[in-house]
Design a protein around this ligand. Structure first.
Ligand code: SF4
Length: 386
């Protein structure tokens, strides 16, 4: 553990700067929406419930969409509705979540439990109890797993400024933002695990006569707002003057070439070879999947063309499209007719054209599931998000 006095002082000093950022970062800076969400415990509960297996930014809009579609997010009201109404609101006219039916059922069950057990008042879950008790109560609600249940008390302190009786003994929550800051500042080793990182924060705090949770907000906010995974904005960061900026080799490659270390390996390029990396970037910029030749080469050859196709697929899967939509996008000229036409024109066949093409594409996508961050289940794309 690095005990850089100046760095640690700067971290504690930045607490004032971040104060309580609430949810503006998730709501694209919309202060009005942030105010509504932060002051409405029903909406907050819905947002937390929806954030499991889903993007936090997108989840924070769901309570607003549900209020619009159902008329209210009040738990007593939701509990009084038939489940089918909530299912419809979650799915129509457009699905609000990756798993709308399952989350609708969790929401309905949550509303019933809060009505029966907490008098319909969400705040009764966290008023005058410890963080441990809050987590225990949340785990009784379908859809709240271990991770989500332990994040809520930290959210209450970090984003809403709520004081919990045991917060002096609580550890920070280590997420990807906190991890980047702890490692790039050198406060933790590059291979430190969750427990080690939490322990480091505890020791730093003890050293300064403070408690660990005080570090949670500045670490998280620094990571979220400045210490991005790629293209960290060090010049805007409060730690700029004191941070040694220890970047992982893969971060540096991404910053220099807009290509990750993993992508260079997929393309069969040595990431240490500057010229080859420059050439790869040039190739990626000029590639066009819509040319049948390009798609065909990507499927048939390992190397740059394959990486080009994978990057395109990854980009499209980012929009939460299902596998069948992806298939349609990648094979605009489907079937025997298209096959005959390509033959007649002397064009190479696109790799997914013709019988069994959906199976071929599925196999291809699953082969690269680690890189794409998910896999296909029952013809549907499922992300690896927790
Ligand atoms: S100075 Fe740069 S590397 Fe260090 S914590 Fe801030 S953004 Fe991250």
């Amino acid at each position: 553990m690095v005990t850089d006095k100046k760095l640690i002082e700067s971290l504690f000093l930045s607490i004032k700067k971040y104060n309580t950022p609430r949810y503006t970062a998730f709501l694209k800076g919309d202060l009005k929406k942030d105010k509504v969400l932060s002051s409405n415990p029903n909406m907050l509960m819905i947002m937390w419930l929806m954030s499991a297996q889903y993007d936090a930014e997108k989840a924070s809009y769901i309570p607003f969409l549900l209020e619009e579609r159902l008329g209210s997010c009040d738990m007593n009201f939701l509990a009084s509705l038939p489940l089918a109404d909530i299912e419809r609101a979650m799915s129509e006219p457009t699905p609000v979540h990756r798993f709308p039916q399952k989350r609708a059922s969790y929401l309905w069950q949550m509303a019933k439990l809060i009505t029966d057990k907490y008098n319909g008042d969400v705040e009764n879950i966290w008023q005058n109890v410890s963080s441990i008790e809050i987590s225990r109560r949340l785990r009784e609600i379908p859809g709240f797993g271990q991770k989500l249940s332990s994040m809520v008390p930290i959210n209450l302190i970090r984003n809403l400024g709520i004081h919990l009786s045991d917060q002096v003994t609580m550890d920070i929550a280590v997420d990807v933002h906190v991890e980047r800051v702890l490692k790039r500042t050198g406060l933790c080793h590059q291979d430190a695990d969750y427990a080690e990182m939490a322990l480091t924060a505890r020791k730093i705090a003890e050293q300064e006569g403070r408690f660990a949770m005080e570090l949670d907000l500045p670490l998280w906010a620094t990571g979220k707002f400045f210490c991005h995974e790629y293209n960290a904005e060090c010049e805007l960061c409060t730690l700029n003057d004191v941070c040694p900026k220890i970047f992982e080799i893969s971060d540096l490659y991404e910053q220099k070439y807009s290509i990750t270390y993993e992508e260079a390996i997929i393309a069969g390029i040595n990431p240490e070879d500057n010229n080859a990396m420059k050439l790869l970037r040039k190739n990626l910029e000029s590639w066009n999947y819509n040319e049948p030749k390009s798609a065909n080469e990507a499927y048939n050859h390992h190397g740059i063309e394959r990486l080009q196709l994978l990057r395109q697929i990854k980009h499209q899967l980012k929009d939460d499209i299902g596998f069948s939509v992806l298939y349609d996008k990648l094979e605009p000229r489907r079937g025997q007719k298209a096959r005959n036409l390509s033959n007649a024109m002397g064009l190479p066949l696109q790799p997914w054209i013709g019988l069994g093409s959906s199976v071929r594409l599925r196999e291809f996508v699953n082969e690269y599931s680690n890189y794409l961050g998910g896999h296909i289940i029952d013809k549907k794309w499922s992300s690896n998000e927790p």
